[in-house]
Design a protein around this ligand. Structure first.
Ligand code: GDP
Length: 474
């Protein structure tokens, strides 16, 4: 256990046994009530009718009754985990009872009467962290895993939980620690003007580490998109077919389709899952010059939504729009950092000849590329799968390799940015032949920020902040 964490261990006394419902509130087949702490098994045993739980082995399940004096509360199963082989590394008992609100409350009250106390949000995972079962970034991954709602977000959280990110940071830290100690040694021999730490090697190391940190920082954009869902705006002139397209993509009739221009007054948000990644599709009001006040708000909102998104799908009526209008729309919608996909809709209204003529009309002398464009019919559901593939590849662009670490947590991003800043100062220091004591200070700063991610360095506030966001029982 690191020095910094000693006081916390006493602060969150593990002498206390905690109890909470680990499954969601409400009626169901089964609920799991969890006890963790030194006396967990003894407390469970004190209200137990069945085999003596204190004499059973770890990782065994027992059938019995929970009794309040002579009154049987429920027929249950008790799973035993004896310290340190449990989630929290403490003694843990999990009672699987019938999920009636009354039974759950009665059993929890009974445990509290026998000496347990109610667990705070995230307290089981906090104990797992304090007892060295998980590091901080892994503990955060537990929360992400619970919140994951797509294959991609679940995979990223699982990789972090398994320690992929942690071990990468651990390697970087160790390398820095080695050099920091050499520099410290120089400080001890300050009078003698010696250099134990070879400056060229140090410089190369810092460059290598900064490069890795830079990659991790860059991965946040995709990591965050995967965790939250990729914000995708569908924009286009009224009647271009945005709502129909949204329906075709979602394969249902949710958005209101109408042939009166400007009926999609407000924005509608729907989740579309493509190859395991969630896209948050936002259908907006038309981008045409607003004709009334309500539509004006819609137009403003469209521009706002576009600026907050990662991908813009611009839909146009391939049968109606003129090349000049198209060019004008695209120019006014283009925004730096936001990928744009053009969707030429209503191709069912064009025959092959017209289509070819129109396409060349759209793209001739416009500087636009038809590779950005997908031709579909939202109404007839033509090429909708092509469009889905293009949405995926435009937003994800083969960036999701499977084993690459993605930073998804803003706290980690900020710590990485501060680490990078400190490393840049170290580099500047080496080039400017700065003295060992200043170099040492900056390296220590970098180590400090890296350590914050995995929790080698923590404060009560930081822990409270992280774990208070967990649900009770986790
Ligand atoms: P929005 O204003 O952009 O949301 O447009 P809507 O989705 O409300 O569609 C406007 C009109 O165009 C409706 O009458 C749709 O049925 C029609 N429409 C949409 N997509 C297509 C298409 O692919 N082909 C044809 N022929 N009509 C379409």
């Amino acid at each position: 256990m690191d020095k910094e964490n000693e006081s916390l261990t006493t602060h969150y006394s593990q002498q206390e046994t905690i109890v909470a419902l680990a499954t969601p509130n409400g009626i169901g087949a089964i609920a799991v009530i969890r006890l963790s702490g030194h006396d967990a098994i003894a407390i469970a045993n004190s209200v137990w009718k069945g085999k003596d739980l204190t004499k059973q082995e770890s990782h065994t399940i027992h059938f019995g009754h929970i009794v309040d004096n002579e009154l049987v509360l429920d027929e249950v199963l008790a799973s035993l985990f004896i310290a340190p082989k449990s989630y929290t590394r403490e003694n843990v008992v999990e009672i699987s009872c019938h999920a009636s609100g009354y039974i759950i409350e009665s059993i929890i009250k009974l445990f509290i009467k026998k000496g347990a106390r109610s667990a705070k949000p995230g307290e089981f995972t906090l104990r797992a962290f304090l007892n060295g079962q998980l590091d901080l970034s892994q503990a955060e991954a537990v929360a992400d895993l619970i919140a994951s709602n797509s294959k991609a977000s679940q995979q990223v959280a699982l990789q972090q939980l398994r320690g992929g990110f942690s071990s990468q940071l651990q390697v970087l830290r160790e390398q820095l620690v080695n050099f920091a100690s050499l520099i410290e040694l120089e400080l001890d021999f300050a009078e003698e003007d010696v250099e134990f730490a070879n400056r060229d090697q140090l410089k190369q190391l810092i460059i290598d580490i900064t490069r890795i940190i830079g990659r991790l920082i860059q991965s946040f954009e995709l990591g965050n998109a995967i965790k939250q869902g990729v914000n995708t705006v569908i924009a286009g002139r009224p009647n271009a077919g945005k709502s129909t397209l949204l329906n075709a993509l979602l394969n249902e009739e949710r958005a209101i389709v109408s042939h009166i221009p400007g009926t999609t007054r407000d924005t509608i948000e729907e989740i579309l899952n493509i190859q395991g990644v969630n896209f948050r599709l936002i259908d907006t009001a038309g981008i045409r010059e607003a004709t009334d006040a309500i539509e004006q708000i819609g137009v403003q909102r469209t521009m706002e939504k576009i600026s907050q998104s990662a991908l813009l799908i611009y839909v146009f009526d391939a049968d109606q729009i003129s090349p000049a209008e198209l060019r004008n729309d695209i120019e006014s919608l283009q925004a730096p950092g936001i990928a744009m996909l053009l969707v030429a809709n209503k191709i069912d209204l064009l025959n092959q000849e017209e289509k070819t003529a129109r396409i060349s009309g759209f793209f001739q002398n416009s500087g636009l590329s038809d590779t950005q464009t997908v031709f579909v019919s939202a109404k007839e559901k033509l090429h909708i799968d092509d469009l889905k593939n293009r949405i995926y590849s435009t937003a994800i662009k083969g960036k999701l390799s499977g084993d690459e670490t993605l930073v998804t947590n803003i706290r980690h991003l900020e710590a990485l940015q501060k680490t990078e800043e400190a490393l840049v100062r170290v580099l500047g220091g080496i080039d400017g032949s700065i003295t060992s004591d200043f170099l040492s200070m900056d390296i220590k700063q970098a180590l400090h920020y890296l350590g914050e991610i995995t929790g080698v360095v923590t404060t009560d506030d930081l822990l409270d902040n992280i774990f208070s966001k967990f649900c009770i029982g986790k």
